[in-house]
Design a protein around this ligand. Structure first.
Ligand code: NDP
Length: 485
């Protein structure tokens, strides 16, 4: 430590004369308003919290790197995937979804799996979950869905009536509900779960040819889960169990790693595949589109400062680089707006210039000003375009590939409405013991629902996925199987 680093200063850099006693009239006070150091200290303290994320509030983060293990340049021109052995620094934030910032890590909930790659062509965010699908497939339903996961307006308690009412009236949720209620609904640690990009994206190669792509991060630690009674006990004993485990593992040099694999679908298959490949409540069968390894992600460094690196980290599925583009997935399209908008509200218009979010390459554009502009704000350089002063210009080669769209502008659902086959396929791939635990967990979760009408509606969905599944839940709830149309 230098002599200067040892010196306590105010935020404006002046030395502090006394940091233990406020300035008072005599030793008894009252306190003098002219003690500006005291005023600044108390006022800054009042402002230490930024708004909590509405979803994914509780999180843990780590730094690491991504290394390419297989050449897939025939599919994408993305620079960070251009060469076997190429390493790109990255940051990840894991999270639960529904709980508040102080809530327990070991609840039954999907886990956010948000990765930021600091590539040489700008940042690339892959903002996924530990599940390959989601509860809904149109962003217009998101605020309603999340309300059901949050607290009742009067009791301020979690509300199973709302949860199952919404799910039973939104059968597209069945696949994700089955995953959530299965053993994988409570991972043993953040290291022992897979990650998924969930949405379909488009990869485009140097010749401008595209393919549809889905991402899978396969844990090298193996999938491990917590039994519900162990999870419940941990929730009481150590609400930060997963956060602590991740920090300690990295601190002790036990670096967790994931293999990144992709599924690749030719563009034309999207018109004929038996499910809509843009519907985020569905997977692409790996028998049709096998996993292809791209690289390996290793987490090898803990954050130095939680607030600066984890709380202020902002991820958006629209943070893309040349060679990676969006698909028409309606949930993804909504997230392209919602995520960046959440960051503008929560962290501010200049969130991308904070150290954790700033790209490693140079940023040149005509955006200026805004709250908390902490860099040089473009200095005296030209601040509009077009201009005659050699300001930065576009690179037309980096435009997204053209994409034909057609159809009447209308508020309509996806054409495909089979919400049952894939949920049933999942049920059928579970062992007998796993199925029994799945049914037991669902029965436990549905018991507090007050209206039989809601329970019967949901049982009908389970039955349609697999009659044994529906019968098991019905028996557990002491209800007879409703008529199945
Ligand atoms: P596959 O047999 O080719 O793949 C099965 C997939 O299920 C693998 O990714 C496997 O991941 C995963 N899996 C295995 N056990 C469980 C479990 N207990 N809980 C959740 N996932 C598990 O079949 P398909 O690709 O045709 O898919 C069949 C069903 O598998 C789907 O309906 C879907 O519910 C589920 N699934 C499919 C995925 C996909 O991308 N196709 C991804 C994840 C689940 P692993 O063995 O590595 O753990």
């Amino acid at each position: 430590m230098t002599a200067d680093q040892n010196k306590l200063t105010t935020s404006w850099g002046a030395p502090v004369g006394d940091n233990q006693n406020s300035m008072t009239a005599g030793s008894r006070g009252p306190t003098l308003i002219q003690d500006v150091h005291l005023l600044e200290k108390l006022a800054h303290f009042n402002r230490e919290r930024v708004p909590e994320r509405v979803v994914h509030a509780k999180g843990a983060g780590a730094h690491g790197y991504f290394e390419v293990t297989q050449d897939l340049t025939k599919y994408t021109k993305a620079d960070f995937l251009s060469e076997v052995g190429k390493r790109t620094p990255m940051f990840i934030r894991f999270s639960t979804v529904a709980g508040e910032n102080g809530s327990s890590d070991t609840v039954r909930d999907p886990r956010g799996f948000a990765v930021k790659f600091y590539t040489e062509e700008g940042n690339y965010d892959l903002v996924g979950n530990n599940t390959p699908v989601f509860f809904i497939r149109d962003a217009i339903k998101f605020p309603d869905f999340i309300h059901t996961q949050k607290r009742h307006p009067q009791t301020h308690l979690k509300n199973p009536n709302a949860v199952w009412d919404f799910w039973s009236l939104s059968p597209e949720s069945l696949h994700q509900v089955t995953i959530l209620m299965s053993d994988r609904g409570i991972p043993a640690t953040l290291r022992h779960m897979h990650g998924f990009g969930s949405h379909t994206f488009k990869w485009v190669n140097a010749e401008g040819q595209g393919v549809w792509v889905k991402y899978h991060f396969k844990t090298e630690q193996g999938v491990q889960n917590l039994a519900p009674d162990v999870a419940a006990q941990l929730a009481g004993e150590n609400a930060d169990y997963h956060t602590e485990d991740l920090f300690n593992a990295i601190d002790q040099g036990d670096f967790p790693a994931w293999r990144l694999c992709v599924q690749i679908m030719p563009l034309e298959d999207a018109n004929t595949y038996r499910f809509d490949p843009f519907d985020v409540t569905k997977v692409w069968s790996q028998k049709d589109y096998p996993l292809i390894e791209v690289g390996r992600m290793v987490l090898d460094r803990n954050p130095e400062n939680y607030f600066a690196e984890v709380e202020q980290a902002t991820f958006s599925p629209g943070t893309l680089v040349p060679g990676i583009e969006v698909s028409p997935d309606k949930m993804l399209q909504g997230r392209l707006f919602a995520y960046a908008d959440a960051h503008r509200y929560r962290v501010g218009a200049n969130h991308n210039s904070l150290p954790i979010n700033r790209p490693k390459n140079e940023v040149n554009n005509y955006q200026r000003d805004g709250q908390m502009r902490a860099d040089n704000n473009g200095g005296s350089s030209v601040y509009y375009e077009p201009n005659s002063f050699s300001g930065p210009t576009e690179t037309s080669a980096d435009k997204p590939a053209p994409y034909e769209v057609s159809g009447a502008a209308d508020s309509v659902a996806y054409d495909h409405n089979d919400h049952y086959t894939q949920a049933g396929d999942l049920y059928r791939l579970l062992s007998v013991e796993e199925r029994a635990r799945l049914v037991q967990t669902i029965v436990g979760a549905m018991k507090p629902v007050e209206k039989d009408e809601i329970k019967l509606r949901q049982i009908r969905h389970f039955y349609k996925a697999d009659p044994e599944y529906g019968k098991g839940v019905a028996a557990g709830l002491g209800l007879s199987i409703p008529e199945i149309e």
